[in-house]
Ligand binder design. Structure first.
Ligand code: GLP
Length: 266
């Protein structure tokens, strides 16, 4: 795992977007795993801006989102499908049939979960998976005690997660759906490369536990320590509780892999 600390949330999002854009340029038929959440909005803003200004091309890209609420009617403004449409899909030249999310309105949710796994496999697996982190330490909606080998499935949301996401539902946690369909931790770990973005003070404690704490199903993000190509990008506020900061900063300054990203991202 690499940890990269950027001065502020904008710089952290910019670097995340650059890693995605560079992967897409290197491989125009990239299979890209996407995440929702407030943290991701500036990343999608950058990608949309580069599509407009530099013609960043999504025409051959295929995307798979991590998760979707269960029980929201199609087109609901807080559905992750709708969020992705407005934040990214409609702003770039991604073909609608290439944009996949789990189907939270399916009658047969088990079948929908199975189909989603099959669809990812048919696409050849995920090349680059973007992740945020929830206040419970979840990735996707893999709440505490999600098996570290879990696959796409239905999952009950933790009370802390419903509180965290309440702002989008008029501030009332009870309005947040109680269940979601999410890629499993095992599904996520199969991505060839993973980039997790965390910004803001509220993420400092859980990020430190995820990156530096013992691996535990109580915090699904700790499973990322098992992944051979995982990069965590944090702003100063989210990185504040990491004990290894000096080492992470040294690595970013010296590892040849990061040379192209050092100057401009300062
Ligand atoms: C959501 C999503 C996660 C996301 C997390 C953080 O509920 N299921 O994929 O990473 O919570 O959200 P935010 O970026 O708004 O803090």
């Amino acid at each position: 795992m690499d940890v990269i600390i950027r001065p502020d949330a904008a710089a952290a999002a910019e670097l995340t977007a650059r890693l995605i854009a560079d992967a897409l340029r290197a491989r125009p038929d990239l299979v890209l795993g996407l995440a929702t959440g407030r943290t991701m909005a500036p990343v999608y803003d950058r990608l949309a801006a580069w599509h407009r200004s530099e013609g960043l091309d999504f025409s051959r890209c295929r995307t798979f989102n991590l998760d979707e609420y269960i029980g929201l009617p199609a087109g609901h403004p807080q559905s992750f499908r709708h969020t992705m449409e407005t934040q990214l899909f409609r702003r770039v030249n991604l073909r609608p049939e290439h944009a996949h999310l789990p189907d939270g309105s399916a009658e047969d949710l088990r079948g929908a979960a199975r189909d989603y796994e099959a669809e990812v496999a048919r696409a050849g697996g995920i090349d680059l998976q973007l992740l945020g982190i929830g206040s419970t330490g979840h990735i996707g909606f893999n709440e505490p005690l999600s098996a570290l080998r879990s696959r796409t499935r239905e999952k009950a949301l933790a009370p802390a997660t419903r509180r965290q996401n309440a702002a989008a539902f008029g501030g009332d946690p009870d309005q947040v759906p109680s269940r979601a369909i999410t890629m499993g931790v095992g599904t996520i770990l199969e991505a060839r490369r993973i980039v997790l973005l965390a910004t803001g003070e509220a993420k400092a404690e859980i990020l430190a536990r995820a990156v530096e704490g013992p691996i535990t199903a109580m915090i699904s993000a700790t499973a990322l320590q098992l992944h051979p190509a995982c990069t965590v990008i944090a702003d100063e506020a989210a990185a504040a509780r990491l004990t290894g900061q000096e080492h992470y900063r040294w690595q970013f300054e010296h590892e040849p892999e990061w040379a192209p990203y050092r100057e401009e991202s300062r």
